[in-house]
Design a protein around this ligand. Structure first.
Ligand code: C2O
Ligand code: CU
Ligand code: CU
Length: 467
């Protein structure tokens, strides 16, 4: 695959590259990719984990000389990685030091409704919320973010988000790149709009209300156009689309193929070779990119629909496994006959009128009643703009709390290989109908919603109660 690498290679590893970055981005040039720290477990007991998370105000110089007012957890922007093991008893103290109420939701985590951090778990300024739960699911790359009614979009936009990684025996024993920050690298991708003073303004234009807020500046882990040095070998990326609304089409600048090894809720059964990856808001993917054929100093870029937004620089160091394991984990064959019922969710409308099943979010109304431990099929359809034609309108990423789904079919067809794993967020195209199956093993009140945060905040959300 040598030829294709010229693209990145020609950018060079000399000073020319730094110059180039100055010219084509808002960045002050050569920003090294920040790696979010792993949050300290304050409980020395194996099997127990205790963390402290502080939502706070901060300031970050994304653009030199123009500090941006931000929010962050335990820092100025974004948050540390909460890393736990299956079976752990976890306790997290979440302190709110911003001047407004917020919540912290563990996106993708299978816990009871009262620990889930949804809109009912508001944390008032100056107070602490202390959820406690046991990790009962397999290894996965999840995330956490605020979920206050009508405020989720703005709080996430200002920087409140972090990764929540679960390890288990399978993930420990598989021969996968696993040196955090070296060949196991988190990439939180977000698009932002900075005003002339370098501020994140969250005044929604009509276009933002319709499409969700989409910025012209892509940040990775809070840096604009960063580079990261990677060893000559196989490197794992834990990719989170932490954007409010944007749907990415990720590709390497030389069209090199990569493997997807994981979805929202864990590893796939086997690696799926692909050359592009579509990821909507809140979806995660674990990828392996093979840099072993690169020369020392050679570079390649990560692009969204052809636009580069970060760069990998290959070092001389050889590291990591030689092969990608051909078998990863067992994923059960989804069995429709296990389902107690099929429940329908119809997404429709546009702008402030977006709805699910014709309704907008009401905290005092429970939309769906489920029985604890039932397996259900959720049929999620996107009616687009209805009368104007089903295929008009926009794609909505549908997210359900408190469980992980397996996709049965998309318009009657089996899902693509890279979606044959655990999913908590499912992109549904205009006119499309997706059926997914899940078991609801946690009780309490949970949300389902579109994960375009401006749609969620406009009311494209409902509540289900499991008891
Ligand atoms: Cu990512 Cu209801 O959340
Ligand atoms: Cu969630
Ligand atoms: Cu939507």
């Amino acid at each position: 695959q040598g030829g294709g690498m010229m693209d990145g290679g020609m950018m060079g590893n000399d000073n020319g590259e730094v110059e180039d970055m100055k010219n084509d981005s808002l960045a002050d040039g050569g920003t090294s990719l920040p790696i979010p720290p792993i949050l300290k477990d304050e409980n020395p007991d194996p099997g127990k984990a205790e963390f402290t998370l502080v939502a706070q105000k901060g300031s970050m110089e994304f653009i030199e000389g123009k500090p941006t007012d931000t929010f962050g957890y335990n820092g100025d922007y974004l948050g540390p990685v909460i890393r736990v093991k299956t079976g752990d008893d976890v306790s997290i103290k979440v302190k709110n030091e911003i001047d407004e109420a917020t919540t912290v939701h563990w996106h993708g985590l299978e816990v009871d409704g009262d620990q889930d951090g949804g809109p009912h778990s508001g944390i008032q300024p100056g107070t602490t919320w202390n959820p406690q739960f046991k990790i009962e699911q397999n290894a996965a790359t999840l995330w956490y973010h605020p979920h206050l009614l009508h405020e989720t979009g703005e709080h996430v936009y200002k920087g409140l988000a972090g990764l929540f990684i679960i390890d288990d025996e399978d993930s420990d024993n598989l021969d996968l790149p696993n040196e955090y920050g070296v060949n196991d690298i988190p990439l939180i991708v977000q698009d932002k709009q900075l005003d002339e003073n370098g501020q994140f303004t969250y005044d929604l234009s009509m276009h933002d209300v319709m499409m969700g807020l989409q910025g012209d500046t892509i940040m990775v882990n809070g840096a604009i156009n960063p580079y990261v040095e990677v060893p000559k070998g196989k490197v794992r990326f834990r990719l989170l689309n932490g954007s409010n609304a944007r749907i990415y089409q990720f590709q390497l600048s030389n069209n090199q193929k990569f493997y997807q090894i994981g979805t929202d809720g864990g590893l796939l059964e086997k690696p799926v070779e692909m050359d592009k990856l579509i990821l909507s808001s809140a979806e995660r993917a674990e990828l392996i990119v093979d840099f072993s054929e690169y020369e020392e100093g050679e570079t390649v870029e990560l692009t969204d629909k052809g636009t580069s937004f970060m760069k990998f620089i290959v070092t001389g160091e050889e590291k990591g496994p030689n092969n990608v394991p051909s078998k990863l984990v067992d994923i059960p064959d989804p069995d429709e006959t296990m389902a107690a019922r099929t429940r329908k969710f119809v997404m429709s409308g546009m702008g402030r009128n977006v709805s699910i099943n014709g309704k907008q979010m009401d905290m005092d109304r429970i939309d769906e009643q489920l029985k604890l431990h039932d397996t259900e099929i959720w049929e999620i359809s996107n009616e687009g703009m209805g009368m104007m034609g089903n295929n008009m309108g926009m794609a909505h990423p549908f997210h359900g709390h408190g469980t992980q789904f397996l996709i049965l079919d998309r318009d009657g067809n089996p899902p693509p290989p890279n979606e044959r794993g655990w999913k908590d967020t499912i992109l549904v195209a205009p006119g499309e109908k997706v059926r997914a199956i899940a078991t609801f093993d946690h009780k309490g009140l949970f949300m389902y919603h579109c994960h375009i945060l401006e749609h969620e905040d406009a009311g494209m959300m409902g509540q289900f109660n499991v008891e």
